[in-house]
Design a protein around this ligand. Structure first.
Ligand SMILES: Nc1ncnc2c1ncn2[C@@H]1O[C@H](COP(=O)(O)OP(=O)(O)OP(=O)(O)O)[C@@H](O)[C@H]1O
Ligand SMILES: [Zn+2]
Length: 744
């Protein structure tokens, strides 16, 4: 049977060859659209095309850039196919890069084209070959009339150097219209400007800081891992302020010395900013930067440089993982535990995990750095899959901050305020000593809930099952799930009472107001993504804090990690509990990590630090471990309870969210899916159940959860299952999330 099919195919191919002359070659082209399979195109005669080439093809009516994928073109009549329009003049996708895209698609169940789209970012904006820039040069011809301004201009140009119009007008101190006049009279003449000097390359031979004995040992091990030119993963597990950055920079130096490339991933754009300067201090030049706030031109330049090998070091947000490196030697995943590495929409991938996959395909080294490693990574170390290097003490013999809990049930703040007396006292002392304090609350805006004092009406998002968050800074009520935003009304929309709407609970803006009232004259800064953005403003603010121009920093999780403010000695966590109860198997781990990171900002300079944590549950294991400084104890207990519950990494999870215009439709489809779930040993399917966020953007949501033993092909199971699913009609949509981080 199989034999005759093969023979048939062979015969068909033969017929094709005989019936058409000349035979056109066909190729498979993967396109950046929601298709899993490449499409087949004919190759025009004379065009030399190999897998990995970037090509332009007609797709519908639009020319689209795609990538020639592996495999023979299908055995179809090439003459009936559309031919591809041409090759793009850019470095193609290497075989490892193509394998990586295939791998991510298979694992996440995203269509391959959708993964490709991430890897083509920065290409569409390619500015093309640089236009020659034109400047001005003196010709030696004397103008008819010589004014003092003209004299100045000609004197400045007398050296014969070609300068841009702007540069010449500045050098001479005359307006550009003077120069135009001289051009008109032939005394100045347009001429091509010399090309700008190439950007300075980071120099790995510059001396780094003198490392401590432990740091040096770790640095040596990481250098060896990079030099081995083989796949490896190393957890760099060092307490806050132990100098992990200095240590992994040595691994970067090793990659650069070999003329190869390094990628440093950071979970937040805010963290890339101080890193640029630290990198420049170490290597004499800044690395390339890749994230959403980099403009189109900048992105195109980074992408091109990464592909041709001229860009050696890139610091990037998670999407940098899909850049087409020419010779990738090292990926550093800084703050590897961070949930921001997980992309929730579109292709649901975890950049930390996919960094390991990419490194395996490219024979590269991975460094996972964290003061609070994920349980997943720790277990991989215990199983011998990853290596581990430990930095158990802060650099320079500095002490870890002393951490205490404030029991909000007994010694909490007076009604209507959020800072407990002990917190106020500690901040006052800190300011009196000329030091900085950080108040941490992981809630943006002013108040998480607004209600009417008269009728009790609560301000809800019209599109989501969520409260609107008051942002006083923007004078509006905002939904943090869909972005809906409207001016804060003067009257209650339900009972029309005037001035009856009140904010309940605190966000960072409210803490800022309270701090301003309590600590008169203190210079206070709010660090929160919606207030600061991610650009120059944030950079300036971080620098002002570092220089000591700010007394109190009030911030969301944006400030919890990575930053190094030497004069900051006190950290107060306003509400340690709010994440503890969440319907999330990682709730305890996450809370521990967040609080350990934020308290770790205290006392990183000469002066010792301390931290206070406001909690309603001081006996909770997380709080007790933080106060006792018993990191290992917490991890042991948490790992054991995860194992008992068969939760990751001891079991696998996948979430399926079904959304639809109505709750009934979502539920019906959820039930239909659950009914046809394959009965396989070692896996069970839970749900459908209404999602905690039951409505987002006007769409009702229900969830299914698949839970399996550890050694189980979850993507394969999901593919079989969903492949047999009834078609999603009536606006039903299905989103699959393998290894979910969010359970909302
Ligand atoms: N060997 C060294 N010589 C001089 N300074 C050092 C050295 N090691 C670390 N430092 C300094 O100590 C501070 C803390 O180091 P770093 O920021 O690398 O710590 P970290 O382990 O990354 O901390 P966190 O996990 O909290 O981000 C930095 O200012 C760094 O420059
Ligand atoms: Zn909303």
């Amino acid at each position: 049977m199989a034999r005759s099919t093969a023979e048939d195919a062979g015969r068909r191919r033969q017929e094709r060859i005989e019936s058409r002359l000349p035979v056109l070659k066909t190729v498979e082209v993967l396109l950046p659209v929601a298709l899993d399979r490449p499409l087949t195109y004919a190759v025009p005669e004379g065009l030399d095309i190999v897998p990995g080439d970037l090509v332009v093809v007609p797709l519908g009516t639009r020319p689209t850039v795609g990538v020639v994928w592996d495999g023979e073109g299908a055995a179809v009549d090439a003459a009936k196919l559309k031919p591809l329009s041409g090759k793009v003049d850019a470095a193609g996708f290497s075989k490892p890069m193509r394998s990586f895209i295939d791998w991510v698609a298979v694992y996440t169940l995203a269509p391959r084209g959708q993964v490709l789209r991430m890897a083509l970012r920065g290409l569409a904006e390619d500015p093309g070959p640089p236009q020659p820039r034109i400047g001005l040069r003196a010709t030696g011809v004397a103008p008819k009339r010589l004014t003092p301004a003209r004299e100045k201009a000609l004197a400045a140009a007398s050296d014969g150097v070609v300068r841009s119009k702007k540069a010449l007008s500045e050098a001479a101190g005359v307006s550009t219209s003077v120069l135009d006049g001289l051009v008109a009279e032939g005394a100045l003449q347009p001429a091509p400007l010399p090309p700008p000097p190439p950007p300075r390359q980071p120099d790995p031979d510059l001396p780094g800081p003198e490392l401590s004995v432990e740091q040096a040992a770790s640095a040596r091990a990481l250098r060896e891992a990079v030099a081995a030119r083989a796949f490896s993963v190393t957890l760099l597990d060092g307490v806050t302020g132990s100098g992990k950055t200095e240590v992994y920079c040595e691994a970067v130096a090793e990659a650069l010395s070999a003329g190869r490339q390094a990628l440093i991933l950071a979970p937040e754009i805010a963290l890339t900013i101080p890193f640029l300067d630290r990198f420049a201090k170490r290597f004499g030049a800044r690395p390339a930067v890749w994230h959403a706030s980099v403009g189109e031109k900048g992105r195109a330049a980074v992408r091109a440089g990464v592909a041709d090998g001229s860009v050696r070091a890139v610091v990037a947000a998670r999407s940098g993982l899909f850049l087409p490196f020419k010779d990738l030697a090292l990926i550093v995943v800084d703050e590897e535990h961070d949930a921001a590495y997980k992309q929730e929409d579109g292709v649901a991938y975890n950049a930390r995990d996919m960094a390991v996959v990419r490194a395996r395909i490219e024979d590269a080294a991975v460094v996972l750095a964290s003061a609070t490693p994920s349980i997943e990574t720790r277990v991989n170390v215990e199983r011998g899959r990853y290596d581990k290097l430990a930095l158990p003490a802060r650099f320079g013999g500095r002490a870890m901050p002393a951490v205490q809990a404030i029991d909000m049930r007994r010694v909490g703040p007076p009604r209507g305020s959020w800072l407990a007396p002990a917190m106020v006292h500690a901040v006052t002392e800190t300011l009196a000593a000329g030091q900085q304090a950080l108040l941490f609350l992981n809630r943006r805006g002013y108040a998480p809930l607004t209600l009417c004092r008269r009728c009790g009406h609560r301000m809800k998002c019209p599109n989501c099952s969520a409260w609107l968050v008051e942002h006083r800074f923007r004078a509006s009520l905002v939904c943090h799930h869909c972005g809906h935003s409207a001016p804060t009304p003067k009257t209650c929309p339900a009972c029309a009472a005037e001035d009856a709407l009140v904010g309940c609970g605190p966000g960072v803006e409210r803490i800022r107001d309270e701090a301003a009232e309590r600590f008169l004259g203190a210079r206070i800064s709010i660090l929160s993504s919606d207030v600061m953005g991610a650009g120059e403003r944030l950079k300036a603010e971080l620098e002002a804090i570092e220089r000591g121009e700010i007394d109190i920093v009030v911030g969301t999780q944006m400030v919890t990690k990575g930053h190094h403010f030497p004069n900051l000695t006190f950290v107060g966590a306003i509400d340690a509990d709010f994440a503890l109860g969440a319907a999330d198997p990682r709730a305890a781990e996450r809370t521990f990590q967040m609080l350990q990171q934020v308290t770790g900002r205290a006392g990183r300079g000469e002066k010792p630090g301390r931290a206070l944590i406001q909690t309603h549950d001081p006996d909770h294991a997380v709080i007790r471990a933080l106060v006792a400084g018993d990191r290992e104890g917490f991890y042991r207990a948490e790992t054991a309870s995860r194992e008992a519950a068969m939760m990751p990494p001891f079991g696998r999870l996948a979430g399926i969210v079904i959304s639809a215009p109505t709750k009934e439709a979502a539920e019906a489809h959820g039930r239909a899916l659950a009914r046809i779930a394959p009965k396989v040993e070692g896996v069970r399917v839970l749900g459908p159940a209404e999602a905690p966020l039951a409505m987002v953007r006007g769409r009702a949501r229900v969830r299914l959860l698949a839970q399996s033993v550890r050694d189980f092909d979850m993507p394969g199971f999901l593919r079989d299952w969903l492949g047999a699913a009834p078609p999603a009609r009536g606006g039903v949509r299905i989103a699959v999330d393998v290894d979910p981080q969010s359970f909302m």
